[in-house]
Ligand binder design. Structure first.
Ligand SMILES: NC(=O)c1ccc[n+]([C@@H]2O[C@H](COP(=O)([O-])OP(=O)(O)OC[C@H]3O[C@@H](n4cnc5c(N)ncnc54)[C@H](O)[C@@H]3O)[C@@H](O)[C@H]2O)c1
Length: 258
């Protein structure tokens, strides 16, 4: 039996993936749909197009335009998943501001820019978790997976707002794991290393960082791509991960040891 058939042995889950129409999020949407899960792609743009492409492969997917910073959009996203799939079992908080940020010393970050990064990367995660909470608790096998980063552990310079926002995501994950455990909802985070996502490739940030800096310090000396992250998400969403909660799983080729 192949690995994919084995993973399909469990009952499929209904999953919302924020920022699921491009980059790492699209890789997540494709992989979970391929495994038989019902996927609602939620994004600022391109959500329906991404869902249509997934359906064209014979997989179950819907799309919705949603801004994670809006409480109304977060509620609509959850409502749509419940209406389309009959419930909601998993939320993947992947939407985030990173690839559009300009690297700069912290003294040059304006308070408006700081607040905007916090708004998307922390308030957005909070909004979506809150909107999904009742449905995830009802599921009986709810899964919440937050996409953090290894930057809070490494503390790279010139992106202090981003580093702080992802540190908050790790802390929030732990707090929610305790609060949601009564209803068997697991809450975990994935911490990717620097990944050649669509946004990274478009922004050219990978060239500014340089080949050596991208892979230096990793056990596995190569660039990370979105496909490197999908197995960790599939596991955390699966029934097999029912006793794993409050954890942050670094998927970065062995760059940090948590
Ligand atoms: N690429 C990396 O090196 C890296 C490393 C660690 C963590 N991450 C995290 O992984 C996640 C995805 O990163 P990526 O590199 O694929 O980024 P990306 O810029 O390629 O894609 C981000 C997606 O999120 C969506 N999005 C942004 N703001 C949104 C909002 N307010 N509401 C809804 N959707 C919104 C965008 O439209 C886009 O589809 C982010 O949370 C990022 O911080 C990325």
């Amino acid at each position: 039996m192949s690995v994919q058939q084995d993973e399909l042995a469990e009952t499929p889950k209904s999953v919302v993936i924020t920022g699921g129409a491009s980059g790492i999020g699209l890789a997540f949407s494709r992989h979970l749909a391929k495994l038989g899960h019902q996927v609602l792609v939620a994004d600022l743009a391109g959500a329906e197009e991404a869902a249509r492409d997934l359906r064209a492969q014979g997989w179950q997917a819907e799309g919705i335009l949603a801004d994670v910073t809006s409480e109304a959009d977060a509620a609509a996203m959850v409502g749509r998943a419940e209406q389309a799939f009959g419930g909601l079992d998993a939320l993947v908080n992947n939407a985030g501001l990173f690839t559009t940020l300009t690297l700069k010393p912290f003294e040059q970050i304006s308070s408006a820019e700081w607040m905007r990064v916090m708004e998307v990367n922390t308030l957005g995660v909070f909004n979506c978790a809150k909107a999904a909470s009742a449905a995830l608790r009802r599921s009986g096998r709810g899964r919440l997976v937050n996409i953090a980063s290894t930057v809070p552990m490494k503390g790279p310079p010139n992106m202090a707002h981003y580093v702080a926002s992802k540190g908050a995501v790790v802390a929030f994950t732990r707090a929610l794991a305790r609060e949601m455990s009564r209803d068997k909802v697991t809450v975990n985070a994935i911490a990717p290393g620097f990944t050649l996502s669509d946004g990274v490739l478009q922004s050219g940030i990978h060239e500014r960082i340089g080949d050596n800096a991208r892979t230096a310090g990793r056990c596995l000396q190569r660039d990370q791509v979105p496909a490197d992250l999908v197995g960790a998400l599939a596991f955390l969403v699966s029934d097999a991960a029912a006793f794993v909660t409050g954890q942050t799983l670094a998927v970065d080729g062995g760059g940090v040891f948590l």
